[in-house]
Design a protein around this ligand. Structure first.
Ligand SMILES: Cc1cc2nc3c(=O)[nH]c(=O)nc-3n(C[C@H](O)[C@H](O)[C@H](O)COP(=O)(O)OP(=O)(O)OC[C@H]3O[C@@H](n4cnc5c(N)ncnc54)[C@H](O)[C@@H]3O)c2cc1C
Length: 470
């Protein structure tokens, strides 16, 4: 990390908001006006709306992430976590990937930590569940699901087979519905390569505590989404929740019990809990409390936006809903980041702040190849699309929203290749333990006396058994 004479703008989090805000500041900043430092435990930004497609193998994992150092060449990018903020001294504590934590002074602060999976103390969940917030989880899930097909294909044990071929998804919002839609599509398609596994052998279950799925696209399209998934053989259980999943034995509130090796948890998000150590004003659900200018309440040098911020929704409030807040989605995160970037520069230069206001433009969701739902808002009109057309809207919108032309081109290239070549269905589960085989080869050979010791131990066991029997 460099020492700097210039004021430092510290951006905590290099996700959607962090990346776009830093780019905006760097683009509009005068030469040498400030040092922009971005801190994130990952060296890349993840385009989360593409995680379900990455899990299905439609997009290469590397193309779903954007390397921070490459797209922010003028920024100082540090890989680590910001663990605390001392507002009196204007100092952040950074825990780097390796080595001792250190302090970093700043003049202006952007808080863009996003959200983490919202979980409940359900027995077995921590041990058995997997979330869908990062590329690691998406690829882990893909490898895991394909591995279950490998297992089922190669066993004679019906119990193992059934457990391997049962897939449970909890949470039917954007993330859950898209993930089950994509993974079910991929797994059933992969069945054609397996002699002992058919499409019908697989059981997919979607559970949600609410009485609908996909609330983001409205009740009608949500109902369509549910019926569409059911038409594909997915069992959808609404107004129910998962009581436990110890050792993969899933028990639902509605009485259903199944055994499954795959429990995907997509039941919502909550603001990053590390915020409680930053000393910032927080709302009732743990979000940083912001003004309409994205300035953190009671401060004139700290801004926050995205999933970790509670930002008044001016459009909703103008329409009469006094308690309207911006929902946590990419649509707001991206636009808030731009206003935030401008406001940081204005704050630094002593100019007035701009309000953030954005009218919902709708939502698109992919539910597998050539399947989707889309709601496009045009003024007072809501256009609802489903099926192939909606799926094209989903791909077109997100393909163009992907940051940088480099990534856009790679994503479109993946999709184009996918039209001509068959879907890749190989499981690379061993990639998670790459040293295992080498370790086996390189570990010291057993000492020469070992066989003798073994024989002696066996003989001793036998004598003891005989003595017991007599
Ligand atoms: C599977 C999935 C599908 C989605 N689909 C859609 C969609 O179709 N449409 C839509 O509008 N939205 C969608 N979203 C939501 C959207 O992706 C988020 O709203 C958006 O990413 C929020 O941006 P953010 O910058 O607030 O958080 P993030 O993008 O999550 O960034 C937060 C960053 O903070 C970093 N961080 C965490 N802790 C620390 C720390 N201690 N110090 C420093 N950095 C830290 C993280 O590593 C991360 O890079 C989806 C989300 C998911 C998970």
């Amino acid at each position: 990390m460099s020492t700097t004479e210039r004021p430092r703008i510290l951006v905590v989090g290099g996700g959607y908001v962090g990346l776009y805000a830093a780019r905006r500041i760097l683009k509009k900043m005068r030469y040498g006006e400030a040092t922009v430092t971005v801190v994130d435990p990952r060296s890349y930004m993840t385009y989360q709306p593409f995680l379900p497609e990455a899990a299905a193998g439609n997009i290469s994992p590397r193309h779903v992430v954007v390397p921070l150092r490459r797209v922010l060449p003028k920024a100082e990018v540090l890989t680590g976590r910001v663990t605390t903020i001392d507002q009196d001294r204007k100092v952040a504590t950074i825990a780097p990937l390796v080595g001792e934590a250190y302090e970093l002074p700043f003049d202006y602060l952007v808080v863009a930590l996003g959200a983490v999976s919202r979980t409940f103390p359900i027995p077995g969940l921590a041990e058995q569940g997997i979330g869908m917030k990062g590329i690691e989880e998406a690829i882990g899930l893909r490898n895991h699901v394909l591995e279950q097909l490998d297992k089922a294909d190669s066993t004679n044990d019906e119990e193992i087979r059934r457990k391997a071929l049962t897939f449970v998804f909890v949470g039917g919002g954007f993330a859950g519905a898209e993930t089950i839609g994509e993974v079910e599509d991929m797994a059933r398609d992969a069945a054609k390569y397996y002699k002992n596994v058919s499409r019908e052998d697989m059981r997919f279950i979607l559970v949600d505590a609410a009485d609908k799925i996909l609330p983001e696209v409205g009740p009608k399209l949500g109902k369509y989404g549910k019926e569409h998934l059911e038409g594909r053989g997915v069992e959808v259980y609404l107004s129910t929740s998962m009581d436990s999943c110890v050792d993969g034995h899933v028990v639902l509130k509605n009485g259903l019990e199944v055994d499954s090796n795959t429990i995907v948890w997509t039941a919502g998000v909550k603001p990053n809990p590390v915020l409680s150590r930053y000393g910032l004003p927080l709302g009732p659900r743990g979000h940083v409390d912001c003004e309409t200018t994205l300035q953190v309440k009671g401060t004139d040098y700290i801004w926050a936006a995205g999933d970790n911020a509670q930002v008044p929704d001016l459009v909703g409030r103008k329409a009469g809903n006094e308690n309207a807040w911006c929902p946590p989605n990419a649509q707001h995160a991206l636009r808030q980041a731009r206003v935030l970037g401008d406001n940081v520069l204005s704050g630094m230069r002593g100019f007035p702040q701009k309000d953030y206001s954005h009218a919902n433009k709708g939502a698109v969701a992919g539910l597998g190849l050539h399947k989707g739902v889309a709601m496009i808002v045009m003024g007072k009109m809501k256009i609802k699309l489903k099926g192939r057309l909606a799926w094209y809207m989903h791909r077109g919108y997100h393909g163009m929203a992907m940051p940088t032309w480099n990534r856009k081109i790679r994503v479109f290239a993946d999709w184009t290749l996918g039209m001509f070549l068959k879907r890749e269905v190989v499981s690379l589960g061993a990639i998670e333990t790459p040293r295992e085989e080498f370790y086996e080869a390189a570990k010291p050979a057993p000492v020469a006396s070992a066989p003798k010791e073994k024989t002696e131990a066996k003989a001793k066991e036998k004598t003891e058994e005989k003595a017991k029997a007599s």
